[in-house]
Design a protein around this ligand. Structure first.
Ligand code: UDP
Ligand code: MG
Length: 333
């Protein structure tokens, strides 16, 4: 099914119909009414500079917005035939919304992008250049995280460090969802059945020739980030537990080491009792050991719980998202 380099691309493009390639921008939106018009304007500007070799479509996935997001998108659809809208039945979270968007995108390449212009659309031409030269994935790496708070920066750095120690397949730091994915890669992603989806790691797991562009991440233009710290923490846990079984297996070694140490200690106590007799005081050390092992046991059980909860959500096989309606560019739907 997957043939490397099977498609040949002419270097000088005389735009015949078959040669005009479709680029799908996949945009999850949650309460973003003010961000949509400036976003569409910037995208139109960027593609206007690209010449006739590319067409584009913008697929908004309305992730259960409570404001006028749907209304704003649908009124833009009256005049802008690049825009499609996929409505989810409620808020499913950005990862599920992205999957919904990729499922509805028809492009030869798909680019997940944030609507708040923190992923600068001006990077798209550079990404397309790499794609033309044969890259199947083009990552966009943030050169710095200057626009983030100190807490967000250091927790992100900590996350990537822990993740890359634990996971079988490391992910590049500071590369978000903003990247170009060739159709071939999108098809592999769509075939991956898992419910707990940490897209960053999935994108990377697929492999293929990967290029990279870098950018400065600007501040959010309108509205607020919908990610609370608690949500980010859970997102990080999802990422680690869905990409690594190390936390599950490490307890064999922790338990084994502690068992060996306990036996040595038991031997020491035995010898002492034989030589100096029974020593009644020992309250503190007993208590410390009980607390230590009690804590370790609970912690290890908690880790088991994290995996079991995820296994549970996988075996239920609920759909990743529920569609309310789909409105294709051009009116029907
Ligand atoms: N988003 C979404 N569903 C959610 C939360 C966010 O579709 O439950 C969208 C949001 O509208 C935006 C993108 O995901 O287009 C990134 O969100 P945000 O800017 O809040 O994240 P940050 O830039 O802080 O990572
Ligand atoms: Mg943002």
């Amino acid at each position: 099914m997957i043939e490397r380099g099977a498609r040949t691309r002419p270097t000088t493009r005389t735009p015949q119909r078959s040669d005009v390639r479709l680029v799908s921008l996949v945009v999850p939106v949650y309460d973003e009414q003010d961000a949509i018009p400036p976003f569409l304007d910037r995208i139109a500007q960027v593609f206007a500079t690209l010449g006739p070799g590319y067409r584009y479509e913008v697929i908004f996935v309305n992730d259960g917005s409570r404001d006028a997001t749907e209304f704003v998108i649908r009124s833009r659809m009256q005049t802008d035939n690049h825009v499609s809208l996929v409505n989810l039945s409620r808020n499913f979270g950005k990862e599920a919304a992205l999957s919904a968007g990729l499922d509805h995108a028809e492009g030869d390449a798909c680019i997940p992008i944030d609507v708040d212009l923190q992923d600068p659309p001006e990077l798209i031409p550079e990404m397309l250049e790499h794609w033309d030269r044969g890259a199947k994935v083009v990552n966009a790496r943030r050169a710095s995280r200057g626009s983030d708070t100190w807490i967000k920066r250091s927790s992100a750095a900590g996350f990537y460090r822990v993740f890359n120690v634990l996971a079988d397949q490391s992910i590049p730091a500071n590369v978000g969802d903003f990247r170009l994915l060739d159709r071939q890669v999108v098809e592999v992603l769509r075939g991956m059945g898992e419910r707990v989806r940490f897209n960053k790691a999935l994108f990377n797991w697929v492999g293929f020739e990967t290029a990279e562009v870098t950018f400065e991440r600007p501040e959010r233009r309108t509205g607020n980030s919908a990610w609370s710290y608690w949500r980010l923490w859970n997102f990080a846990l999802d990422g680690i537990f869905s990409s690594s079984t190390t936390p599950l297996r490490v307890w064999t070694y922790v338990g084994g080491t502690l068992a060996v140490l306990s036996m040595l200690y038991a031997f020491v106590i035995f010898l002492r009792t034989m030589i100096v007799g029974i020593d009644v005081p020992g309250y503190a050390s007993t208590l410390i050991l009980i607390l230590l092992f009690g804590g370790l046991n609970l912690f290890a059980i908690g880790i088991l719980g994290e995996y079991i909860a995820r296994i549970y959500s996988e075996v239920r096989e609920r759909p990743l998202y529920v569609l309310r309606s789909v409105h294709k560019a051009g009116g029907q739907g």
